[in-house]
Design a protein around this ligand. Structure first.
Ligand SMILES: Nc1ncnc2c1ncn2[C@@H]1O[C@H](COP(=O)(O)OP(=O)(O)O)[C@@H](O)[C@H]1O
Ligand SMILES: [Mg+2]
Length: 220
């Protein structure tokens, strides 16, 4: 479904940094893939390339057999919005909007009208265990609760793949465990998950584990 062929990503501000080198990788629907490796190894770059947030400098990236290199920026955005959801270490919730309003934002460009978006957002907030906090301002939520809202927002539009970059990075052990249980449940219902983590314990969650070292990816 997602296939990298000999992908490289070089950043060049002054002197070149080879963040990814000759990466070839196939990700299948339904997989739960974790990506580990030391800081600066290229994990986020790999996630961003897979999520169409960044563009390879060389090689090709195919989504369902479609070469993405020739897509316009607008088309890349459309494909990204249709297929992918994202969760990051910093929760990126809008303050001054309620939890459920934050979840609705994820569906703004989808097919649903306002009333249906509210229904779906409330159902999603319930599913992540925050029904009682649906109308709270994110500033009043704990870190673990914020990340649950971020996950609800990411999965409400029904993406095929959820990309998570260090989703437990700002959480304590208890909240991490609850978050990982939620991700496991989502994967169990068919969602493909690709999660970057530097934490070896969290990496154990993956049915498939990849290690990034100096821009090179290996299976573990
Ligand atoms: N926008 C950028 N401009 C220049 N260098 C970058 C940029 N993003 C990442 N890098 C460099 O690319 C390498 C890989 O970074 P990254 O993918 O963020 O690693 P990780 O997520 O494993 O910590 C690092 O050397 C980093 O400094
Ligand atoms: Mg990173």
């Amino acid at each position: 479904m997602l296939e990298l062929v000999e992908v490289g990503r070089t950043y060049d501000d002054g002197h070149p940094v080879h963040a990814l080198r000759h990466v070839s990788l196939r990700l299948e629907p339904g997989e739960y893939v974790t990506i580990t490796g030391p800081s600066g190894a290229g994990k986020s770059t790999l996630l961003n390339v897979l999520g169409l947030l960044d563009v390879p400098s060389s090689g090709s990236y195919l989504i369902n057999g479609m070469e993405t290199g020739r897509l316009s920026e607008g088309m890349r955005g459309a494909v990204r919005g249709q297929l992918f959801g994202f969760v990051f270490q910093a929760f990126h919730l809008l303050a001054g909007r309620t939890a459920v309003e934050n979840v609705e934002i994820g569906m703004l460009y989808g097919p649903h009208g306002r009333r249906r978006r509210r229904e779906l957002a409330l159902a999603m907030i319930e599913q992540v265990g925050l029904g009682h906090r649906a109308h709270a301002d994110p500033r009043t939520l704990s870190g673990g609760e914020k990340q649950r809202v971020a996950i609800a927002r990411a999965v409400a539009p029904r993406p095929q793949v959820l990309f998570c970059d260090e989703p437990t990075g700002n959480l304590d052990n208890e909240n991490s465990a609850a978050l990982l249980a939620l991700l496991r449940e989502l994967n169990g219902s068919g969602l493909t998950i690709v999660m970057v983590t530097h934490d070896p314990h969290v990496a154990q969650e993956g049915g498939r584990r990849l290690c990034v070292s100096d821009g090179t990816v290996s299976e573990q």
